[in-house]
Design a protein. Structure first.
Ligand code: SF4
Length: 66
């Protein structure tokens, strides 16, 4: 369990980033990741260090979106 009000250190102060523990790849809401779909310079790319199954992503969705 994580306290939603707890402050965490940023992954980077230099670049925008996606927090893997909060990203559901938009599974359950959209057909494709919406950040990648709208990014004009294709910055949102798959992270080979965080490959997850649809079941894991759906579980995260259900926990984050009550
Ligand atoms: S828009 Fe979807 S894929 Fe992009 S960071 Fe948010 S949850 Fe993840």
């Amino acid at each position: 369990m994580v306290d939603a009000h707890e402050k965490f250190a940023p992954v980077s102060d230099e670049v925008y980033y996606i927090v893997p523990d909060k990203c559901t790849e938009c599974v359950g809401f959209h057909e494709e990741p919406q950040c990648a779909a709208v990014c004009p310079v294709d910055c949102c790319v798959p992270d080979p260090d965080h490959v997850e199954t649809e079941d894991i992503l759906l579980d995260r969705k259900s926990r984050l979106h009550l």
